[in-house]
Design a protein around this ligand. Structure first.
Ligand SMILES: *[C@@H]1O[C@H](CO)[C@@H](O)[C@H](O)[C@H]1NC(C)=O
Ligand SMILES: *[C@@H]1O[C@H](CO)[C@@H](O)[C@H](O)[C@H]1NC(C)=O
Ligand SMILES: *[C@@H]1O[C@H](CO)[C@@H](O)[C@H](O)[C@H]1NC(C)=O
Ligand SMILES: *[C@@H]1O[C@H](CO)[C@@H](O)[C@H](O)[C@H]1NC(C)=O
Ligand SMILES: *[C@@H]1O[C@H](CO)[C@@H](O)[C@H](O)[C@H]1NC(C)=O
Length: 399
């Protein structure tokens, strides 16, 4: 498919050049090319300083898939240049990374280090991955063994951290310690503990029953938002569940099928993904920012989490992790995808596209309330959402 974008007539009259832009032949390419044209996810912050950022790691994962699909080296070169902005020639990681802050977020760039090591065999990329891996043995954990989300959030597990830290842990183990059963057990237990401690088991007067996962939990039950019974946070926040869903499907291609944990991860896909489909808004097909309170005034359809769900659902069906004999799961993903391209993709008019409606942040460094989540602004072209849209499009375009 090749489409060109025709400008409205008044443009033809008032603008001399260019009259017609060639638009990439797919939304995956259009989204990626737009991010690249804006210099997003290139290992630098907005002032040009090196930055280790999970958003960049997310985009790099998508660009790598596009490179595999198209063979277009532009994507590979962009990944490599981005990493070379944060890793020096000896493999030291800069960009503000500090192992002793025990943050899971920066580790999301780790899978890119490993990818580049595999492609180039350059020792510096392995050294960078080793530096991240060395954080794990010193990283604080709950008494059950869950990595704290950060040193500044003692005893707290957030769903986000599984996509950030655990995919790196799994990929590192796959590359260098494939027979390390202790490491595989530990990778699985991160998913498992997060699932068991955050799963919604009942409705309450203000919360619809979804059977999905709350944003996080505090094992010590001491923080302001911790449920007195199980310690979980009060609401199901779309993006946190989006990260966790992507982590489930991505992990299944990394964890050996011979390890018993593979079945555990698969069982979470089997229970959670149909519930994600059930939680979609029946009219639009996409999902609410605060999934526990659909339709409440102030709540809205959020684009990053919706794109993450589409990616996860379609990838799970494509790889046979989830059976879809009646076609309902793919149909739900297609419906959501249609809404996304019609409502959240906007032609910028210069050959690039804009991506709308991604909430800037959702932190449990707050009271975790409905009012908190809905009070955070949305951003245009937020990379967390745009990269997820590229991932969703890569899956959609393989249907
Ligand atoms: C590769 O991608 C870049 C960036 O999107 C584009 O400008 C270029 O035309 C593409 N090359 C080929 C051979 O398709
Ligand atoms: C490493 O690269 C080779 C060649 O491209 C590929 O076949 C292999 O799957 C890669 N290994 C991993 C663990 O990604
Ligand atoms: C195996 O993994 C565990 C847990 O991450 C780690 O403590 C241990 O050093 C690893 N063993 C080897 C031989 O790398
Ligand atoms: C999680 O819950 C399941 C089902 O109740 C149980 O089999 C499993 O041992 C639990 N995992 C952890 C790490 O507590
Ligand atoms: C519960 O929901 C009602 C109606 O939507 C609302 O007025 C009230 O403030 C909610 N309570 C809490 C604690 O969120």
């Amino acid at each position: 498919m090749f489409s060109i974008l025709i400008l409205p007539l008044w443009c033809l009259i008032t603008v001399v050049l260019p009259l017609v832009y060639a638009r990439p032949s797919s939304y995956a390419l259009w989204g990626a090319d737009s991010a690249i044209a804006r210099g997003q996810g290139n290992g630098l912050d907005s002032s040009g300083k090196p930055l280790v950022s999970y958003e960049h790691g997310e985009l790099q994962w998508a660009l790598r898939l596009l490179y595999e699909r198209t063979g277009n080296k532009t994507y590979y070169d962009y990944i490599k240049a981005g990493v070379d902005n944060v890793v020096d020639s000896n493999g030291n990681v800069g960009g503000g990374y500090s192992a002793t802050q025990f943050q899971l977020d920066p580790l999301r760039v780790g899978p890119t280090f490993l990818y580049l090591y595999n492609q180039t065999k350059q020792a510096k990329y392995k050294a960078a991955a080793d530096e991240f891996r060395a954080q794990l043995p010193i990283h604080s954990r709950t008494a059950q063994g869950q990595f704290w989300h950060k040193k500044i959030y003692p005893n707290q597990g957030w769903l986000d951290g599984i996509y950030m830290g655990d995919i790196f842990y799994a990929t590192y183990t796959q590359f260098f310690q494939p027979d390390n059963t202790t490491a595989w057990d530990d990778v699985i237990s991160q998913f498992d503990l997060m699932h068991n401690n955050t799963i919604q088991t009942t409705a309450t007067p203000n919360h619809t029953f979804t059977g999905l996962l709350y944003h996080g939990y505090d094992y010590s039950h001491t923080t302001v938002w911790a449920d007195p019974d199980r310690g979980h946070s009060p609401e199901i926040w779309i993006r946190a569940l989006g990260w966790y869903s992507m982590a489930l499907v991505d992990a299944l291609s990394i964890i050996p099928t011979s390890h018993p944990g593979h079945k555990i991860i698969l069982s979470y896909v089997h229970t959670l993904f149909p519930r994600i489909v059930s939680a979609a808004d029946p009219t639009s097909g996409v999902w609410w920012l605060v999934m526990t309170q659909p339709g409440r005034a102030g709540n809205y359809f959020e684009s990053s989490g919706s794109a993450m769900f589409v990616y996860s659902l379609l990838k799970a069906v494509r790889l046979g992790y989830l059976s879809d004999t009646d076609g309902k799961i793919v149909a739900a993903a297609k419906k959501a995808y249609q809404y996304m391209v019609e409502n959240w993709v906007v032609d910028h008019g210069d050959g690039t596209m804009d991506w709308k409606n991604t909430v800037q942040v959702g932190s449990l460094n707050t009271d975790g309330s409905f009012a908190y989540y809905v009070g955070i602004p949305t951003d245009l072209n937020d990379l967390k959402g745009l990269a997820a849209f590229v991932l969703a499009s890569i899956e959609f375009e393989q249907l």
